[in-house]
Design a protein around this ligand. Structure first.
Ligand code: PEP
Ligand code: MG
Length: 889
């Protein structure tokens, strides 16, 4: 038979699915013999039945009555008994903690009669009436739906009438009067009376807590924390103990170690003569826990002992809530405590040192996301004011600088030593120099995989994108926030890429010690600091991981940094950035070429420039593989903007002047090359097959760079990668050309060139025909950005800002598939391609170089899928190392 209710003596910590976090831990503490007020838990299953059917499961109240009877028997009095009432609390408790998101109702069992009994047995009329008015208020708002501000207003009014500031100055008769006011208010608002029957109070309170699972706040919180909507909450019914019975009573919260730094020592706050709710609400000032030692040494010692017991038992940092009722200590809650990223690393290392956990467990206790947070400078949030706007937290970290509105201005000011924040509606490849020069990038449009986001992340640059509340006026060189604040060029703004917030003015920054360590091995003062802890976690991860970690890098500087961060090569060197800046003219010439000779001339001019780029990168990654991708984006991305050209020409004509001939020629090329869906158009391998000489020039540059490095005594390991292949014949054609050119270069240079040729798998057709493609490919690299785009049919440049938030709201997915790999769909294609590719070519090397290569969840997937390596931006390399290690545990 299904059971719906468990006594605290029957459960345990391994029953969190059924009893929720709070319930299972209360049971665990009970089992450990700690002083826990008795009670019982209604399971999450009750909530699920209620959510599905709209009513509670049959037989529930019979079970509840039986448990209540046992509770009454142990207490020697009954719920709401008029002369000496047993009172209970009703609290939510889901499997995952959702602090403050659901409801709690205290003091159930009080009514017009039992309040008098409570006054007598407690010896305090004031306490009894205060408890009663808390119940009526909580019940009235939570269960009966009266706006809680109505109660607060009545309370405030009474205080004014009595001429007091503090609640504690209200007398018993004041509070009795307030109870009457509250009851009348409830009747007025709802037409119903506050229920006097303790059993009815209990039943309705329980149902209200279950209902609060679907409250707006709770739903929002779950979405943000990726907690499933169908888990449901448990409800705990527990005998009330009171911390508000005078100076020998009180309530507090405590941590077994410092949750901010992970350092040892009891941390917490205590509030004498108060209920637990008062501590959390922060109405009155708490005192540090150490003060309790002076106030009540016996309880303090008891608390310390219990906390030691808990930390040993859970083998982790625990936080607790406790109440002292007239000198008796009660434990009301414990759980493995939330902690900052820093504390997680420090604590894991410390617990391993203390022998409480193994090195592998220590690795499992930290996370790549936590490490990423530690790598960025942070804002000192104690001093942050109200944000000007919020957007997508696209690339974490904190940056302060003068707002600038175009790339050239960013470069100019940065060159003069100024720190700048580049503000655009959205960015294009043209903004790259400005992005490099800026401390942060802020856009009013675009999502996590918009150009701004991807590029900024790649550079480890702070980025908030899609801050739609901002109106960016590039012409007028200013932006306006929703509240009307105008930020002009040169005004200092602060951008928090971790929280997705923008502030006016400078917010102070704290440097990352972890980055210093990764860059040059500088520690932070020895053992037990966060740097030491991070280093140990990374060493462990490197020992156990099976996946290699490479970096996506297109410059020698990025390559060198990636190497310092532990990259084992480059998994993706995008060559398109080598076609920008001053070289753009040459690309234009190549595109506009009327004859083969003109084209060849432009390509010949590009060749030495590309070669030098490759030499630098191969040198920085000497001895490690460098996967160079042939040119991928549609060519028109290298031409000026259509509208800009058209406007230039039209204004010349309007002035009666002859338009610039070059502009006219460019415009006609732009028109000729216009594509409705450029992402599905002439790009990738298709370019190589239709633009004569393009592949040859690039391969020659690679081959000559390799030869140069070989002759200089280096160990270059270039791999040539063909993008956007959908059919083996495409790859075969390009590969033949690659090999022809490499053979020529090899002959001319007099050195053997061994450059494996492989392909990206970034179209569904490529994945589905991977067995055929593997005949021509020595390696595969999954381009999961395009593969996600083409599998879902989502344009990666547009969709996120437009309808992803609706999809997230409606639960179509809980994270963007551009961020965390969609295992079910895209992942299935990956699985097929790995299996069929390896079946055709057992030694096929397989990696991934889409953004997912640095995403923790996706790294775990790639480990399981049997890839050889993941490749990600240099700043994600340590994150991927850590997660690849955790995946192997
Ligand atoms: C990809 O598509 O995943 C990829 C790495 O290539 P790009 O992002 O340059 O299209
Ligand atoms: Mg791609």
């Amino acid at each position: 038979m299904v059971r719906y209710v468990y006594d605290f003596t029957e459960g345990g910590r391994d029953m969190a699915d059924l009893l929720g976090g709070k319930g299972s831990n209360l049971a665990e503490m009970t089992r450990l013999g700690l002083p826990v007020p008795p009670g019982f838990t209604l399971t999450t299953e009750v909530c699920r039945v209620f959510l599905e059917t709209g009513s509670e499961p049959a037989g529930l109240w019979r079970e509840v009555s039986a448990h209540l009877a046992a509770l009454e028997a142990s207490a020697g009095r009954s719920l709401g008994q008029p002369d000496d009432p047993l009172l209970v609390s009703v609290r939510s408790g889901a499997k995952f903690s959702m602090p403050g998101m659901m409801e709690t109702i205290l003091d159930i069992g009080l009514n017009d009669d039992s309040v008098l009994g409570l006054a007598k047995v407690s010896g305090s009329e004031r306490f009894a009436w205060d408890s009663y008015r808390r119940l009526v208020q909580m019940f009235g708002s939570t269960v009966m739906g009266v706006d809680s501000s109505r109660f607060e207003r009545s309370l405030a009014l009474l205080k004014v009438r009595r001429g007091v500031q503090d609640d504690v100055r209200l007398t018993a008769s004041d509070l009795a009067e307030l109870v009457e006011t509250y009851k009348n208010l409830i009747h007025l608002e709802t037409g119903a009376h506050f229920p006097q029957s303790p059993a009815e109070q209990l039943r309705r309170a329980v149902m209200a807590v279950f209902e609060s699972w679907n409250g707006e706040r709770a739903r929002l919180y779950r979405r943000r924390e990726h907690i499933a909507d169908d888990l449901g909450t448990a409800v705990n019914v527990q005998r009330m103990v009171f911390g508000n019975l005078g100076s020998d009573s009180g309530s507090g919260v405590a941590f077994t170690r410092d949750p901010a730094t992970g350092r040892p020592g009891l941390y917490g706050d205590y509030l004498p003569d108060a209920q637990g709710e008062d501590v959390v609400a922060g109405i009155r000032n708490t005192v540090p826990l150490a003060e309790l030692e002076r106030l009540d040494a016996t309880s303090y010692d008891g608390l310390r002992t219990h906390m030691r017991t808990l930390e040993r038992h859970y083998r982790d940092l625990c936080d607790i809530e406790f109440t002292i009722e007239r000198g008796t200590l009660w434990m009301l809650q414990t759980r493995v405590g939330k902690r900052t990223a820093e504390a997680a690393f420090v604590l894991a290392a410390a617990l391993a040192d203390e022998g409480l956990i193994t090195p592998d467990e220590a690795l499992d206790r930290v996370s790549g996301e936590g490490l990423a947070r530690l790598m960025f400078p942070r804002f000192d949030t104690s001093s942050t004011g109200t944000a000007l706007a919020h957007g997508v937290p696209a690339s974490p970290g904190a940056a302060v600088g003068a707002a600038v509105f175009d790339s050239a201005q960013a470069v100019r000011r940065a060159a003069a030593g100024e720190k700048v924040v580049l503000v655009r509606q959205e960015t294009t490849p043209d903004d790259l120099p400005g992005m490099i020069a800026a401390q942060a990038v802020l856009t009013s449009r675009g999502g996590k995989t918009s150009h701004a986001a991807v590029v900024a992340r790649g550079m480890g640059k702070v980025c908030v994108c899609g801050a739609e509340e901002l109106t960016v006026d590039t012409e007028a060189r200013r932006f306006t926030a929703a509240d009307g604040t105008v930020i002009r060029e040169g005004t200092i703004v602060s951008v928090d890429g971790s929280a997705g917030a923008v502030y006016a003015g400078p917010v102070p920054l704290v440097d990352s010690a972890v980055i210093r360590y990764l860059e040059d091995g500088t520690g932070d003062g020895g053992a037990r600091g966060v740097v030491d802890a991070v280093a140990r976690a990374l060493v462990r991860a490197d020992t156990v991981r099976r996946l290699d970690v490479r970096a996506n890098a297109d410059t020698p500087e990025d390559a060198a940094r990636a190497r310092r961060f532990g990259a084992q090569g480059i998994g993706l060197c995008r060559t398109e950035h080598m076609f920008l800046g001053e070289r753009r003219k040459l690309v234009e010439q190549m595109i506009l070429a009327g004859t083969d000779a003109e084209r060849e001339e432009a390509l010949a001019d590009l060749l030495p420039l590309q070669r030098q780029d490759f030499v630098g990168i191969l040198e920085a990654m000497d001895g490690l593989p460098v996967t160079i991708r042939l040119l991928d984006p549609p060519l028109h991305e290298f031409l000026p903007d259509h509208t800009e050209l058209a406007v230039r020409i039209a204004s010349a004509q309007a002035r009666g002047e002859e338009p610039d001939a070059h502009d006219v020629e460019l415009l006609s090329a732009v028109n000729r090359m216009h594509e409705a869906n450029p992402m599905l158009g002439l790009r990738g391998v298709r370019l190589g097959l239709v633009v004569p000489g393009l592949v040859a020039m690039q391969v020659r540059a690679i081959g000559e760079a390799v030869a140069e490095r070989l002759l200089a005594g280096g160990t270059p390991k270039a791999e040539i990668m063909v993008p956007l292949v959908g059919d083996v014949r495409e790859l075969r054609l390009v590969r033949e050309e690659v090999q022809r050119v490499l053979a020529e270069v090899s002959r001319a240079a007099g050195v053997a060139l061994d450059c494996p040729v492989g392909t990206m798998i970034e179209l569904p057709r490529a994945a589905l025909t991977a067995g055929r493609i593997a005949e021509e490919a020595e390696f595969f690299s999954f381009g999961t950005n395009d593969l996600t785009q083409t599998t879902w049919g989502f344009s990666r440049d547009d969709v996120e800002a437009e309808f992803f938030s609706a999809y997230l709201d409606k639960g179509v997915f809980s994270t963007s598939p551009f961020e965390t790999l969609d295992r079910e769909g895209v992942g299935r294609l990956v699985g097929i391609a790995v299996a069929e590719g390896r079946a055709a070519r057992p030694d096929l090397k397989i990696g991934v170089c889409g953004e997912h290569g640095g995403d923790p969840d996706s790294v775990h997937f790639f480990h399981t899928a049997g890839l050889d390596y993941v490749s990600c931006s240099p700043f994600r390399v340590p994150v991927a190392r850590l997660e690849a290690g955790r995946a192997a545990l």
